[in-house]
Design a binder for this molecule. Structure first.
Ligand SMILES: [Zn+2]
Length: 346
């Protein structure tokens, strides 16, 4: 099996947000930590610019043009939270391009089983026609669409464990039964979407799985939700690719939110996904960087994730108790995914 891949690009440093939590220093913080650990066996790959068709599969040309023109003018505010600088358009093209290239690599015959795209700006709040929440283009949505459209994939599982709801990704795939979008997020919190009874629309009813959690939620509930809700739903869904919106702002030290996840929690969720991917027949697993605003927590949590993501084999299963939040969520999910009820009953 080829080595796992880590996508990066120096343009990530040129998206200048000024005095802002989503700042360029996030990238060297991660890279210094990974460098000190020999990149944990990952092969570093320069992220290309996204191909126009791959970006236009998610965003209409007017949105792409608006970001390009804003950067060409030297940048400015898009909303209260979201800014662009002269270098933002190029950075965003590479952030989406890293995600695209990651999808290409993961679904290619003989490709690596795992990859991480460690670029910025992040993407999961970006809706097709709207940049918001520090996000310009939806990198993960570009990767998922690429796997489905360019490679003839049938089903993609997305797990968004950023502490904020991935409203942009949900908006892209709400009516699409080919993408199962699962999000664990603090509730209530920005952007205000992602209620538990929001399950997708039309042909996509049931393939949106929102798992809101209260402030203060830690490793036990997060890991239990993945183990006892996301995994059984995913087994029933049968994805050919698993993608993670890997934000690290659910960490207990993060300044923007109130969850209490630790490095061990991110590692455990990654291990659970590795076992899922193995059970599904060696389905590839790719992750894109989203939030995470305490530089130390961001760096150590990313490293904890990559240690498990890039390991030769999945870690052995542990005994994960059914947390009350997972039991509730499983009961709700069973409406669309009958396989879940059996798992939660045990
Ligand atoms: Zn976030």
């Amino acid at each position: 099996m080829p080595r796992p891949l880590y996508f990066h690009h120096p343009s990530s440093l040129e998206h200048d947000t000024g005095a802002h939590p989503e700042r360029a220093a996030r990238i060297p913080a991660i890279e210094r930590e990974l460098e000190s650990r020999g990149w944990l066996g990952f092969e570093r790959v320069l992220a290309p610019e996204v191909e126009p068709a791959a970006l236009e599969a998610v965003h209409p040309p007017e949105h792409i043009r608006a970001i390009a023109e804003l950067s060409a003018r030297g940048g400015g505010a898009i909303d209260l939270d979201t800014v662009a600088s002269a270098g933002s358009y190029e950075a965003a093209l590479h952030a989406a391009g890293g995600a695209m290239a990651m999808a290409d690599a993961l679904v290619a015959p003989g490709g690596p089983g795992a990859a991480f795209s460690g670029l910025r700006p992040p993407g999961h709040h970006a809706e097709p026609r709207r940049a918001m929440g520090f996000c310009l283009f939806n990198n993960l949505a570009v990767a998922a669409r690429r796997a489905l459209d360019a490679h003839g994939g049938a089903r993609v599982l997305v797990l968004d464990w950023d502490v904020h709801h991935g409203n942009g990704t949900e908006a892209v795939f709400a009516e699409d039964p080919a993408v199962l979008f699962c999000s664990i997020h603090q509730w209530p919190l920005y952007p205000g979407t992602g209620a538990a009874d929001d399950v997708g629309r039309g042909a996509g009813e049931g393939t949106t799985l929102n798992l809101p959690v209260p402030a203060g939620t830690g490793d036990d509930a997060y890991v239990s939700l993945v183990e006892h809700v996301v995994v059984p739903v995913a087994q029933e869904f049968g994805p050919e690719l698993v993608l993670v919106s890997a934000g690290y702002d659910a960490h207990r030290h993060d300044p923007l939110a109130g969850c209490r996840v630790t490095e061990a929690g991110f590692a455990a969720m990654t291990g659970t996904l590795r076992r899922l991917c193995a059970d599904l027949g060696d389905v590839p697993l790719g992750m894109t960087l989203e939030g995470g605003y305490d530089l130390g927590a961001l760096a150590s949590s990313t490293a904890a994730t990559l240690e498990v993501l890039g390991a030769d084999r999945p870690p052995p299963p542990g005994d994960v108790a059914v947390h009350p939040l997972a039991a509730e969520a499983a009961a709700r999910a069973a409406r669309h995914w009958p396989g879940v009820a059996r798992v939660s009953a045990g």
